[in-house]
Design a protein around this ligand. Structure first.
Ligand code: PHE
Length: 339
């Protein structure tokens, strides 16, 4: 029995050393040490031994078992190590490979300029107000002192929904809506979409954007209007910018003017950008008409104010030297990605 055990120890050691992998190790463990394995078979002979021999054989059997277990454990560790090393090699990631680039979106040129305008006005103590794009005839025309029969109401220009509901043609109705809800002092801008029944071309679109401005307080004069608009022009087009007021007519302001800025390309000498004029028209403005103040619930004997309306497309096109307004609406990424 002793020689059997020793023989088993030797062959087991050889086989474990020559095992090809973890699965074979497990098979060897079962074959030698398992319930129906070789060791169990040898130990069945214990009964035929003498009382003195039995503990000696028992001890030897235990040593053989422990020895084989240790060899298997050792070999198992080696296989684990090898497997890990192989995995590290096969799963290596080449961090120097260029990744897939993700195209980042960014703001539309109209939004870029609108945000700049809002920033300038917030810095001057203005609030941002808004009103509906589907508007009542009353707010869009009547309350702004545009009487029936005025050419601006012509169906050629205005999208009517019913006789007295329309798509607003200007942001000026927000003036009335705001005055109805708020007491002076008032300092607001109201950016938003406006609609006119125009055919699309390089300078026209049936949908465009305006930014309305309204200031109402005690003792507001034309001088305040000029100073306010100058600050805005400098903020938008640079500190050297000068402005020029030309007399004009709007039914809701009196007196009214159109405002030009000195050409920010040539500084006023005349160039293709300003068509040789040295000046570029950017907005309409004027002192709020007393009837308009009254329609807003404000006493024109106590308060006065000025208002202005800027075309967002126009200033955006000048800012970025865009020569065709359609580019702003076509969503061509080749164009938009330039801003
Ligand atoms: N609403 C005018 C327009 O659309 C612009 C304007 C606004 C003029 C406020 C004067 C005062 O042309």
């Amino acid at each position: 029995m002793k020689s059997q055990l020793e023989q088993m120890r030797r062959t087991a050691a050889e086989k474990i050393a020559g095992a090809s992998g973890i699965a074979e190790l497990e098979a060897l463990r079962i074959a030698y040490l398992g319930k129906k394995g070789e060791l169990t078979a040898i130990l069945k002979q214990m009964g035929s031994l003498s009382a003195e021999e039995r503990p000696i054989m028992g001890q030897l059997a235990n040593e053989v078992r422990a020895g084989i277990e240790a060899l298997i454990a050792q070999q198992f560790e080696k296989f684990k190590e090898k497997e890990k090393a192989e995995r590290l090699v096969s799963e290596t990631i080449d961090v120097t490979l260029p990744g897939k680039s993700v195209a980042l979106g960014h703001r539309h040129p109209l939004s870029i300029v609108l945000n700049e305008v809002i920033d300038i006005f917030l810095g001057m103590g203005f609030k941002v107000a808004s009103g509906p794009e589907v508007e009542l005839d009353y707010y869009n025309f009547e309350a702004l002192n545009i009487p029936e029969g005025h050419p601006a109401r012509d169906t050629q220009d205005t999208f009517y929904i019913t006789d007295n509901v329309l798509l607003r043609t200007q942001t000026s109705p927000v003036q009335i809506r705001y005055m109805e809800q708020n007491k002076p002092p008032i300092r607001i801008i109201a950016p938003g979409r406006v609609y006119r029944s125009d055919a699309v071309d390089a300078t026209h679109s049936p949908l465009f954007h305006q930014i309305e401005g309204l200031v109402v307080d005690k003792g507001v004069t034309m001088g305040d209007l000029k100073a306010g608009l100058e600050a805005i022009a400098k903020g938008l087009f640079g500190n050297e910018t000068r402005i020029r007021l030309r007399p004009h007519h709007f039914p809701f302001t009196e007196p009214s003017c159109e405002v030009d800025v000195s050409c920010f390309r040539c500084g006023g000498k005349g160039c293709p950008m300003c068509k040789g004029e040295g000046w570029i028209e950017i907005l309409g403005a004027g002192m709020v008409h007393p009837k308009v103040l009254q329609n807003g619930g404000i006493d024109p004997d106590e308060y006065s104010g000025y208002a202005f309306g800027v075309g967002l497309e126009r200033i955006t096109m000048f800012r970025f030297q865009i020569d065709d307004m359609r580019l702003l609406y076509e969503n061509d990424v080749r164009f938009l990605s330039q801003f």
